[in-house]
Design a binder for this molecule. Structure first.
Ligand code: HEM
Ligand SMILES: *[C@@H]1O[C@H](CO)[C@@H](O)[C@H](O)[C@H]1NC(C)=O
Ligand SMILES: *[C@@H]1O[C@H](CO)[C@@H](O)[C@H](O)[C@H]1NC(C)=O
Length: 360
């Protein structure tokens, strides 16, 4: 009873009902390229999706550039406050004003992806905001299991860089992280849904001696493995020593952010965190809903065209997820007592060493 009620509350918090009721859009326009869309305005985007795949994502890979394109979309959009006085939100200012925003501490290493994106952005003819947020949506579909995010088209060029200190850091307290998300318009449940992104994530800068160190053992798959692995007892650091913003991780070659670790453990967010484990459609559905909100922060959506039907579809993830080899439920630091812990099997063999993301 108590379990069932909490699951319902969680589904509601993540707006699952919005997905179920989504209307089926008619693709009534055939574009010169042969593809179909609901709105002829969107036809110009199909060649740009192809451009992104060939020029930026190595022909459609869920690699380093795809991961960092998603991170870039977050660092762009979160430069916003519902009470005003911060940046323009999802406006592409991080790309257009890269000299300014790249210098912020929380954007360390982001120049890798702004440098890679800049020439493709110029070639695309899109506004910086449309480019950054289209690239992130395409990137997610290159990963097995990644949802097809919504894409709204027509952002005007950004007018100014975002100010510093809008992007949360792994060294920040839970209180300050959740306060920053709240200021940008996101609830704690929504913040955890956005952290599904860390299933296709690695760190170059937290420990610069080991670039490309993944946050989970399946860094090219948009699965719920990260929500499981962050709960496993920590044993070691992937580098020679621990760095600020990093805590002990369970697997050799894997990095655990202090922020992910704390958010998984505190009562305000522990059940949202645990609820996603092995719940692929709940997780991707919640991520899609909250990303749709994030990717239009600061925009007048009445002036945008819904071009979601230009976003590709990923290869499906056919779970269930598993404990990494040698791990079991006895290694879980369960912090949510109101939900049953999912029963999962274990990959066979010796404990794995997670490999760095190539090209990092
Ligand atoms: C609590 C809030 C968050 C904190 C403290 C945080 C922190 C970090 C840190 C420290 C890194 C590693 C950067 C590096 O060393 O190279 C990282 C990577 C990443 N983050 Fe987050 N993050 C947060 C939320 C998000 C959100 C909301 C998204 C997207 C919706 C996101 C997407 C990513 C991605 C995709 C990467 C991997 C980038 C790559 O592999 O190149 N993060 N994050
Ligand atoms: C942004 O980056 C590109 C490529 O690195 C550069 O050509 C451009 O001048 C930069 N713009 C600003 C305003 O920093
Ligand atoms: C297509 O988009 C344009 C520009 O946003 C809009 O004016 C028009 O109403 C849309 N048409 C349809 C069929 O949705």
């Amino acid at each position: 009873m108590a379990f069932a009620r909490l699951s319902a509350i969680i589904a509601l918090a993540f707006g699952a009902s919005q997905l179920v009721s989504a209307a089926v859009v008619q693709r009534s326009t055939t574009c010169p390229s042969g593809q179909t869309t609901a709105n002829a305005t969107c036809c110009q985007l199909f060649p740009i999706v192809d451009l992104l795949q060939t020029q930026l994502f190595d022909g459609g890979e869920c690699g380093e550039e795809a991961h960092s394109a998603l991170r870039l979309a977050f660092h762009d959009a979160i430069g916003f406050s519902t009470s005003g006085g911060k940046g323009g939100g999802a406006d592409g200012s991080i790309l257009a004003f890269n000299k300014t925003e790249n210098a912020f501490h929380a954007n360390a290493g982001i120049d890798d992806i702004t440098d890679r994106q800049f020439p493709v952005f110029l070639q695309s003819g899109l506004s910086a905001g449309d480019f950054v947020h289209l690239a992130a949506a395409v990137a997610v579909t290159n990963c097995v299991g990644g949802p097809s995010l919504k894409f709204f088209f027509g952002r005007p060029p950004p007018v100014a860089p975002a100010p510093d200190l809008t992007v949360p850091e792994p060294t920040d307290s839970v209180t300050s992280i959740l306060a920053r998300f709240d200021d940008a318009g996101f609830s704690p449940a929504e913040a955890i849904a956005l952290l599904a992104s860390h299933t296709i994530a690695a760190a170059d800068q937290v420990d610069p001696s080991i670039p490309g160190t993944p946050f989970d053992s399946t860094v090219t798959t948009f699965d719920s493995q990260v929500f499981l692995e962050v709960l496993l007892k920590g044993k070691s650091f992937p580098g020679a020593t621990g760095q600020p913003g990093e805590v002990l991780s369970p697997l050799a070659g894997e990095m655990r952010l202090q922020s992910d670790s704390r958010l998984s453990q505190v009562s305000r967010t522990a059940c949202f965190w645990q609820a996603f484990i092995n719940q692929q459609s709940l997780m991707t559905g919640a991520f899609k809903v909250v990303m749709a909100k994030m990717q239009v922060l600061g925009q007048n959506t009445k002036l945008l065209t819904d071009c979601s039907d230009v976003i590709p579809t990923s290869k499906p993830f056919t779970g269930p997820i598993k404990y990494p080899a040698s791990f079991s439920q006895s290694d879980v630091q369960q912090a949510c007592s109101q939900l049953p812990f999912p029963s999962l099997s274990t990959v066979s063999g010796p404990a794995p060493t997670v490999s760095p993301v190539p090209g990092s």
